[in-house]
Design a protein around this ligand. Structure first.
Ligand SMILES: Cc1ncc(C[n+]2csc(CCOP(=O)(O)OP(=O)(O)O)c2C)c(N)n1
Ligand code: SF4
Length: 289
């Protein structure tokens, strides 16, 4: 098995995606598998933690060690998996903008400042998709939805600017309409030693009639095609907040000690490899039954 050439078909499950035709989730799903194949990471070498939402129905459509967490809670299990086994080749958490920047927002900020070595990919369609179209924390001010029939009164969160001000060591933005570019960003995020946040602009073709593929295409441009250098946090913050445009690519990158690097007990071996010695767990195991 291990000598066989890896392809995206190795990540296939028996369940076909149930997303609406044309949904941006399809290209994100493709980009994730392409990135894992390019890095030669096999399904048993990756842990994927999902939210509740259209995006995270992806838990059923990809092979790996899968966790399907509560709404907004994909990050804590991903952190726990990384702490338990820092030798896993990749740990990725997936949330929607509703789960990730609403009910689960604090997990995002704490993961940024902890610098846990995971990739956090947020599917930002600026609406609640699964629950059929309510305003989300990234919805534009004035946006009319089922939950804000007279227009959204709140300013939207800018996820990349928030990651930058929360001390994240790798901050990128991708677009579901640019699959190869997105694949390259996922590869870079996975290679980064530390917390990598990748916010992906993802049209919801069914419920978000404002932020369509065309709307994004009129605003998106690639940072790599400019003279921008992702080394200055302040400049990155300004770029992430650029008015009327949506730059995609890597805003910022720096190398710092990860959470695990500061725990000397993990320097030699992963937690899962540690011998328990003479500890008798019989009674504890009985209590779990
Ligand atoms: C604790 C909790 N609150 C609310 C819900 C209902 N709920 C399920 S998905 C969702 C929002 C989905 O939007 P988003 O996170 O942006 O993901 P998308 O469906 O757009 O991919 C909500 C509110 C829930 N399942 N659990
Ligand atoms: S409701 Fe929107 S986000 Fe959900 S599957 Fe359909 S197009 Fe995609």
């Amino acid at each position: 098995m291990n000598n066989k050439q890896l392809t995206i078909r190795d990540y296939e499950t028996a369940i076909a995606p149930t997303w609406c035709p044309g949904c941006g989730n399809f290209s994100i799903w493709l980009a994730v598998r392409q990135a894992l194949v390019k890095l030669n990471i096999r399904p048993h070498e990756v842990a994927l933690s999902f939210d509740i939402g259209c995006n995270s129905n992806g838990a059923n459509f990809i092979k790996g060690y899968i966790c399907h967490a509560l709404h907004g809670r994909a990050v804590p299990p991903a952190e726990a998996i990384r702490w338990a086994n820092h030798k896993l080749k990749a740990v990725i958490a997936f949330n929607g903008d509703g789960g990730g920047f609403g009910i689960g927002l604090h997990h995002f900020i704490h993961a940024c400042r902890r610098n846990v070595d995971i990739l956090y990919l947020t599917h930002d369609n600026q609406i609640y998709g699964l629950t059929t179209g309510q305003t989300s924390p990234t919805s534009a001010k004035g946006f009319v939805t089922k939950s804000t029939p007279f227009g959204n009164l709140e300013e939207p969160i800018n996820p990349s600017a928030l990651a930058l001000s929360s001390d994240a060591t790798w901050v990128g933005r991708g677009f579901a309409g640019e699959v190869q570019h997105l694949t390259d960003l996922i590869i870079k995020g996975l290679k980064h030693p530390g917390f990598a946040h990748l916010n992906v602009l993802q049209p919801c073709v069914t419920f978000n009639k404002l932020n369509t593929f065309d709307w994004f295409k009129q605003r998106v441009y690639k940072l790599e095609e400019t003279d921008y250098k992702p080394t200055d946090r302040k400049k990155a913050w300004e770029k992430a907040n650029e008015p009327n445009k949506l730059p995609i690519g890597l805003f910022f990158e720096e190398t710092k000690k990860t959470y695990k690097d500061q725990i000397p007990q993990l320097a030699q071996e992963a937690l899962v490899e540690k011998k328990l010695g003479n500890v008798d767990l019989t009674q504890a195991m009985k209590e779990f039954k």
